[in-house]
Design a binder for this molecule. Structure first.
Ligand code: HAM
Length: 407
């Protein structure tokens, strides 16, 4: 039986890639002073129907549980965070800087860079209105990607401001209730034919071309300019781009997305301010902002650039039992070494020595440790460098106190 479409099996090689990516995410978040949290993967359906926006609600994995509750697998982390912070915000000093790495579920059409589950690095700041919080997050996202070896030639942060859009749409007499139509259409620019976008916009305004020109402008003003100035050296990674409006419904201020420079892949990350969401979810009025970065597109980009680590086993040595009469002391030595933190594999059942060496080479371990009668008689073992073939005899006792391969 196959796995469901859009769901991944993680064999050891692909799991190693996942651990590599999640490890870098954690490490950069730590450098920026963010604390890790998590929530439940299953939530009340209502948490998402409230304010996530039509697109995401249409993609929910939802069902009625055995207690007749309407529930959904989490499609994003932000509503859970809003709920959690709302319930306990008094226990934490502001601004709250938290991150999480949830697995998320969206019933999307499977395509390149889009699956039905993905891991998403979420970093959020709660309780800070200053634009410095926006730049702290943009800086974190940029430095996260830099930690993989990506540069400003590989990706770009496209920054925009929904307030500038709202002010502009008011001048076109487009009521707030209809602004969602505009944002949805602009969000899909480049993903659907321009004629379709024009059609959608024509339903709410006669000034379609003017509106498209606004989306294509490159001017920087107000808070957006301040934000980019505050980024200092990192501003080389950013472009002003009013075509970025974000599909999710809850962003009222600065919004941004990170894309590969060539524009070949889906967005690597997206985020912005969502000052009203907390109030809506938990009744607590606090400014908030954050971003999400998925593992799927990022893995594609890193693969393309040759920046993924080579798949291999993290084994320190392979023990070759050269004489079956020594299996018992060999097992004791293996156990002592494992206790001391050395990662070891060996043949579980009797095998010819040649076969054991083959297994040692295939294991990816840099060293073979040979337990044979001649050396063992003097309490020693042979350590063989599997790359060079160089051999040394070492006291078994000493190795337990510090195995670093060949001295
Ligand atoms: P989002 O733009 O929906 O934002 O997702 C953020 C990133 O997650 C995307 O740029 C993409 O890399 C990845 N992603 C989303 N859906 C999929 C999918 N079906 N397959 C693979 N990757 C995917 C949010 O979810 C916001 N809640 C982020 C946020 C946090 N805003 C504030 N705080």
């Amino acid at each position: 039986m196959n796995s469901l479409p859009g769901f991944r099996d993680f064999y050891p090689e692909t799991l190693a890639v996942r651990r590599f990516i999640l490890g870098k995410w954690r490490e950069t978040a730590r450098r920026y002073g963010f604390r890790e949290y998590d929530g439940p993967p299953l939530e009340p359906l209502e948490l998402y129907t409230l304010k996530s926006g039509e697109e995401i609600v249409g993609q929910l994995y939802n069902f009625t549980d055995k207690g007749d509750r309407a529930v959904a697998l989490r499609p994003e982390m932000t509503p859970t965070l809003a709920r959690m912070v709302g319930a306990h915000h008094r226990d934490y000093k502001k601004p709250i800087k938290w991150f999480a790495i949830p697995q998320l579920f969206r019933y999307e059409r499977q395509q390149r860079g889009r699956l039905r589950e993905h891991f998403q690095f979420n970093a959020d700041i709660i309780g800070e209105t200053d634009v410095a919080a926006d730049t702290e997050l943009i800086g974190l996202a940029i430095d996260t990607l830099r930690s993989f070896g990506l540069t400003e030639k590989d990706f770009v942060v496209r920054v925009s401001d929904r307030r500038a859009w709202q002010r502009y749409l008011a001048t076109l007499d487009i009521a707030e209730a209809q602004q969602g139509v505009v944002f949805q259409a602009i969000d899909r620019l480049g993903r659907e034919p321009l004629e379709k976008t024009r059609e959608k916009l024509a339903a709410v305004t006669s000034k379609v071309e003017e509106l498209l020109a606004f989306a294509n402008q490159k001017t920087t003003k107000d808070e957006l300019k301040q934000a980019l100035d505050k980024l200092g050296g990192l501003s080389a990674f950013c472009d002003v781009d009013f075509k970025i409006v974000r599909g999710l419904a809850y962003y009222p201020g600065i919004v941004w997305e990170i894309h590969d420079r060539k524009g070949e892949l889906r967005a690597i990350a997206g985020g912005g301010r969502y000052d009203n969401l907390l109030k809506l979810v938990s009744g607590v009025d606090m400014p908030a902002l954050g971003f999400g970065m998925g593992d799927v597109v990022l893995t594609e980009l890193l693969k393309e650039r040759g920046l993924l680590p080579k798949p291999g086993r993290e084994l320190d040595c392979y023990v070759v039992i050269a004489d079956e009469s020594l299996r018992a002391p060999a097992l004791k030595l293996i156990h002592d070494l494992r206790d001391a933190g050395v990662s070891i594999d060996y043949s579980l059942t009797p095998e010819k020595v040649g076969k054991q060496f083959q297994a040692a080479s295939a294991s990816g371990a840099p060293f073979a440790l040979v337990v044979g009668p001649e050396e063992w008689a003097t309490g020693e073992v042979k350590v063989k460098d599997l790359a060079t073939g160089e051999e040394k005899r070492l006291k078994a006792e000493e190795m337990i106190h510090g195995f670093h391969g060949l001295p």
